[in-house]
Structure formats: C-alpha cells, structure tokens
Design a protein. Structure first.
Lengths: 169, 295
C-alpha cells in the first residue's frame, strides 16, 4: 500500500509538470498606424507559458524588444508613449478555454480585463497559440499629444503567434 | 495508515498547487536579454558639443544653428541681436545605427567642416551589461576667410582638427551626463611659441523636466588660454552654455545662452574670445529635423 501510494505520488507529480508548455521566442506584432503614418512593430522574443491541467496561460514581453522600421519612432515609443523605463514589461495572465483567452492584460503599468478569441492547437509535440485583438490606447493611459493625434491610431491591433514546447521542471 | 495517507495527499496537493502558482514565474526566468540604453540625449548635439547619440540608419539630419549678437551691443537697434547673428548649417547621414558622417558651414571665419562620428560602445543592461557609452568623433575644419596679414598662405594653413571621445551615461530616465576629453590641432598658430595642440575636457548633462522638455548645460576646460605675445596677444575663455531642449516629433529645438558665437569645433572650444564674467552672453538655438531617406 505504502509503495503504491509513493509511486502514485511520483507519477502524479511528473504528469503535472509534463503538462506545461513554454516558449521564449513568441512573435508579437502591433499596429497603431493611420493613413498618414505607418506605425508598426514586432518582436520575436516574447515569453509564453501554458498549463494544460489548469488551462492557465501567460504571455510576457519586454517593451524595448519591439523593433520599429524607424529608430526615432522606436525611441519615442519607449521614451514618450509606453515609458519602458518605468514599465519595462507588458503581460497577459489568464486562462484559455474553448477558443477564448480571458484574464488581465497589463500594459504601461495598467491592468485591464480582456476576453478575446484565441486558438491553441496541437502541432506535433508543440502547442501553437494565435490571437489577434484590438485595444484602446487610452485604456492603458498611453497619451497621444494633440499635435500628432491624426497620425496615431487611438487603438492598436495586437497579434500573438507562439509555438510552445513541452517543458519539464 | 490513514495518517500517512492523508499526509501524502496533502503533500500531493501542495506540489500541484505550487506548480500552478509558479507557472507565471516561468515568464520571468531564463536569461535576461541585453537591452541597449536608448535616448541618453534627445539630439546628436548637446549645445555646442556632441552627445553620444547619432541618427539611426538611413536617417538624413539637417541642423540649423544661430548665435545672436551680444546683449551689450546696441541690443534693440540690432533687433535683439538677430541682425548680427552667426549661423551654422549641418547636414549629416546615418550610414548605420552607429556610424554617422556629415558636413557643415559656419559664418565665423567662413569655416567649412566635415565630421565622422562612431558609437564604439553602448551602455546596456541584462546579459551583457555595460555602464556607459563611448562615441568617437572627429572633425576637419577649413577656414574660408581671407587672411589679412599679407602673407601667402598654403591651403594646409587653413586646416584645424578636433578629435573627441564622448563618454556618456544615462544615470536614470531624467539625468544623463557627459565627460568628453578631446584634442584640437591647428596647422597654423599665431606665433612659434604657441602650441599646435590643445587639450580639452567638456563636461555636460541634461535633466528632463517633462517627457519632451529638458534642461541642458555644458562647460569645457582648456589646456591653453593665451596665444601670441605683445601686440598679437589674444586671450580665450572657456565655453559655458545652458539651455533647454524641446522635442516635437522629428524636430529637436535647443535654445540656449552661452558665451560663444563660433560653432565650428576648434573655434568655440579652443578660441572663444568672449568672457561670460564681462557680460558677453549670447542667445542661440539649434533646430534639427530628421528625414527617413532609406528604410
């Protein structure tokens, strides 16, 4: 009985850890452009985790890792808009179930509830997470000066594409 | 037996719950990527001097600078010094994110100049952290003004050089500091006793008041203040400037008060004839505009 219990304990713990998926090479894109100005950036160094047992899912990105076409735009993004020195990371922490992610999206130090469609599909041994949604910049206190208000969209389209690999801790 | 059973169940539940709470901690684990410090300064120039910054790759930058007349020289008659302003224009281009070349023309002694600027080291945090930035800067300056000494001069007499190592550190998001040792070389000096090479140390900084407005200041020490002897004796003073940076999108406006009027490097740094202590102060500005010519 004792041996069985101990064996069961080990087995369950290994199952629990085997159900976690992780990547540090998630691709994130965002677009806050207008017809007057192309304002878009991407990064390939986002982190994403998923726990198949609980359905918990998390995505995190360093703001300074976003690459813009123009160096000055990238500087303004970090310095004037998202204040990367004060708020270095953006994150999503929530759950995935039935084609939807639900949870808290934190950008510029401000958390907002988010519930958007997403897909999480098995491809060979990996899980592929994809989602595309729109946020309102004002919800995250990202201030746009009047002088450039017609050049920058009031909303940003965010896309996530992450290939998560099974991980054991 | 029951006790053991419950103990095992308890430890099992503990294990699984800790595994779930720790899930989001996984996001923060792993190597911290190297992040290069950005926007140590708003512009590639501080006031008269250079910052560690260069425009990005494929960026064409135009800077127009004015230094107005003295407050003590018929100030209103000269429309606040505008009527006798000196001017410098600069056009430069970012060959890469670290290499920048440019040309300039100043009205003082009709000086043309060309420069090259290279960001050798960049301040960074994370995996490969580095505490400061080092930018190397060299300019070649050609005096276009005619000589009035009646001597036939070679073209090489008109040349002077400035080589500088700009050490900069962004202390925090508001405060950035510069220490920039440099050497000025003159092919021609007023008398044989005068040094052809003078050594300088510029100290400067900026403090941000808001996201887009900053206070700036710079001062340069010099190894030599006196040239010539007797009738040809000339005394020069250390340049001191204080200013305000205002950034609006692709422009940086820099307004300042200084004891300098010349804007080519060897002249403002090594041969500035104006003494701030005697009230020789001048208003001035630099305005930069960047164009993305190659994306």
């Amino acid at each position: 009985m004792k041996k069985i219990l101990i064996a069961a304990l080990f087995a369950s713990s290994t199952i629990a850890s085997a159900q976690q998926y992780l990547t540090r090479e998630a691709r994130l894109d965002f677009d806050a452009g207008s017809p007057l100005e192309d304002i878009s950036a991407f990064t390939q160094s986002g982190s994403a985790v998923y726990d198949a047992g609980s359905g918990k899912i998390g995505v995190q990105v360093l703001m300074t890792s976003f690459q813009f076409k123009r160096a000055l735009m990238q500087e303004h993004f970090n310095e004037n808009y998202v204040e990367s020195e004060k708020f270095p990371k953006a994150s999503f922490k929530g759950t995935y179930s039935q084609g939807k992610v639900k949870g808290a999206l934190t950008i510029h130090g401000i958390s907002q509830e988010l519930s958007v469609p997403a897909t999480l599909v098995q491809e060979e041994k990996n899980l592929v997470l994809s989602t595309k949604f729109e946020i309102v910049l004002a919800d995250y206190s990202v201030k746009i000066p009047k002088a450039v208000a017609n050049k920058i969209s009031k909303t940003a389209v965010i896309q996530v594409h992450a290939i998560l690999k099974e991980t054991s801790r | 037996m029951v006790r053991l059973y419950s103990l095992l169940l308890f430890s099992l539940s503990l294990l699984t719950s800790s595994a779930q709470e720790g899930l989001f901690d996984l996001l923060d684990e792993g190597p911290e990527p190297t992040q290069y410090t950005y926007a140590t300064f708003k512009g590639s120039k501080l006031l008269n001097g250079q910052t560690n910054e260069t425009p990005g790759k494929g960026v064409l930058q135009y800077i127009i600078s004015h230094r107005f007349g003295s407050f003590t020289d018929e100030y209103l008659y000269n429309f606040f010094g505008l009527d006798n302003a000196h001017i410098r224009m600069q056009l430069d281009y970012g060959i890469s994110d670290r290499l920048n070349i440019g040309i300039g023309r100043s009205s003082v002694l009709k000086t043309s100049d060309a420069f090259v600027k290279y960001r050798a080291l960049r301040q960074s945090t994370g995996e490969t952290a580095f505490p400061f930035s080092l930018t190397l800067y060299s300019s070649l300056n050609y005096r276009g003004a005619r000589y009035t000494d009646g001597i036939a001069h070679n073209a090489s007499d008109r040349l002077s050089y400035h080589h500088q190592a700009v050490l900069a550190r962004k202390m925090n998001q508001n405060l950035s500091l510069i220490a920039a040792p440099s050497i000025v070389h003159w092919n021609l000096v007023p008398s044989p006793e005068d040094p052809n090479d003078t050594y300088h140390l510029m100290l400067g900084g900026r403090y941000k008041l808001t996201k887009r407005i900053a206070l700036t200041g710079e001062y340069a020490f010099s190894s030599n203040h006196l040239y010539g002897t007797g009738a040809t004796e000339e005394r020069f003073y250390s340049p001191l400037s204080i200013g305000v940076d205002i950034e609006t999108g692709g422009h940086v406006f820099q307004f300042h008060l200084s004891n300098t009027r010349a804007m080519s490097d060897p002249l403002w740094m090594a041969r500035n004839p104006y003494n701030a202590a005697n009230g020789s102060l001048f208003l001035g500005f630099n305005i930069s505009r960047v164009f993305n010519v190659n994306q």
